[in-house]
Design a protein around this ligand. Structure first.
Ligand code: DGY
Length: 330
C-alpha cells in the first residue's frame, strides 16, 4: 500500500522534519525562497499535508488544483497568507503556531522600539562612517522609554507580553486599542487602559503595532492616523505589512509628523518602499521578530505536531493542537 505523502515547502530544521519520516513519504523543497504558486501546486500533487511558513499562499485556486490535500500547517502564528474559509469549505484543516513565539517576538518588538527611540542604528552608522569628531550635547538625543506612555495596537498574546515588559520593566503607562477589552483583572495586572484608536494615537509616546492583518486592518494606520500622533512619537510595526500604509508613513517621517519608526514588516516584502530606505529616522529589519533559534525550532516542532495529528498519527490523531478550523475535524 502506498504511504501518505506530505510536502515541506521550505528548508527547515532537518532533525525536526525527520519526525515525519517513520509515518509518511516526505518530499521537501530545500530552498529559502518560496516556490511560485504554480511550482507549489505542482509540488503538492498527491500530497495529503503541507508544512508552510508565513509566505506560501494557500488559496482556492491552489486547493482546487490539489484535491488530495487534507492539512495545511504553518509554522507562523500569522495566517493572512491562507484562505481559511476556502480550506474549511473543502474540508482541509488549517493549523498555525500560536504561543511558542510570544515572548521572543515581544522581546524583539521592545528592542526595536528602543532602538528607534534611542536612535541606536542611526548613531552606529554615523560612527562606522568615521563621522564622529567630538561629543555633542544633543548628538543623537532621542526619546525616553522609561516612564513614557506605551501604546499597543492589538492586545493579543504578543501585545500583552510587550505591555508586561513596559509596565513592569520600564515603569511605562500602558494604553491599548483592541476590538475587545481585556478582562478587568488582566488590565489591572498590566496597568493597561483601553482607548479608541484616535485617542491611543494622540496619547502614545511609543506606538507598537501587533494587530493581525485582515481586510479590516488594511491601512489601519495611514496619513490621517499619523497626523494624530505626537511629533516626538515613535511607531513600531511587528505585525504585518499592510496594517500600516508605508508610503504615508515615509511621508510622515520625512515631514517630521512623527519622530521615528521601527519596521520589521513591510507591504509587499521583501521589497521595501524606496522612500523608507532613503530615510535616516527609520530602523528596518527583515521580518525577524520571532527569529531566535529555540523559538524558530519550537514553531517548526508545533507545525510538525499539527501535521502528524491532522493526518492521523497517535497520540493526538485527529486532534491537531492548534487548529484554526477545528470544525472540519468533527
Ligand atoms: C509569524 O509567526 O507570524 C511571524 O511573523 C513569522 O511569519
Amino acid at each position: 500500500m502506498s504511504r501518505t505523502t506530505v510536502f515541506i515547502a521550505r528548508r527547515v530544521f532537518a532533525d525536526i522534519v525527520d519526525r515525519l519520516r517513520p509515518h509518511f513519504e516526505v518530499r521537501t523543497h530545500e530552498g529559502d525562497a518560496p516556490l511560485s504558486p504554480a511550482e507549489l501546486i505542482a509540488a503538492l500533487q498527491g500530497c495529503a499535508g503541507v508544512f508552510i511558513t508565513g509566505s506560501e499562499r494557500i488559496d482556492a485556486t491552489l486547493l482546487d488544483a490539489c484535491p488530495q490535500l487534507k492539512a495545511v500547517c504553518t509554522m507562523a502564528v500569522g495566517y493572512n497568507n491562507i484562505d481559511v474559509a476556502a480550506c474549511t469549505a473543502r474540508g482541509v484543516v488549517v493549523t498555525n503556531a500560536p504561543g511558542v513565539l510570544t515572548e521572543t517576538t515581544a522581546d524583539f518588538g521592545f528592542a526595536l522600539m528602543m532602538a528607534t527611540a534611542r536612535r541606536i542604528c542611526e548613531s552606529e552608522r554615523f560612527l562606522r562612517e568615521g563621522r564622529w569628531q567630538h561629543w555633542g550635547v544633543d548628538m543623537f538625543a532621542g526619546g525616553d522609554i522609561h516612564g513614557a506612555t506605551l501604546g499597543i495596537l492589538g492586545m493579543g498574546r504578543i501585545g500583552q507580553a510587550i505591555a508586561r515588559r513596559g509596565r513592569h520593566g520600564f515603569d511605562m503607562t500602558v494604553a491599548y486599542h483592541n476590538r475587545s477589552h481585556l478582562a478587568p483583572e488582566v488590565e489591572a495586572s498590566l496597568g493597561a487602559t483601553w482607548m479608541t484608536l484616535p485617542d491611543l494615537l494622540r496619547t502614545a509616546d511609543h506606538l507598537v503595532i501587533v494587530t493581525p492583518y485582515t481586510p479590516e486592518t488594511h491601512h489601519l494606520v495611514g496619513a490621517g492616523q499619523l497626523k494624530l500622533m505626537k511629533p516626538t512619537a515613535t511607531l513600531t510595526n511587528i505585525a504585518r505589512g499592510g496594517v500600516v500604509d508605508d508610503a504615508a508613513l515615509a511621508e510622515a517621517l520625512a515631514a517630521g509628523t512623527i519622530m521615528a519608526a521601527g519596521l520589521d514588516v513591510f507591504e509587499g516584502e521583501p521589497t521595501v518602499h524606496p522612500a523608507l530606505l532613503a530615510l535616516r529616522n527609520v530602523v528596518l529589519t527583515p521580518h525577524i521578530a520571532s527569529a531566535s533559534v529555540p523559538t524558530r525550532r519550537a514553531m517548526a516542532d508545533l507545525a510538525i505536531d499539527n501535521l502528524l495529528a491532522a493526518l492521523g498519527v497517535r497520540p493526538d490523531a485527529g486532534r491537531p493542537p492548534t487548529a484554526l478550523n477545528p470544525e472540519v475535524l468533527s
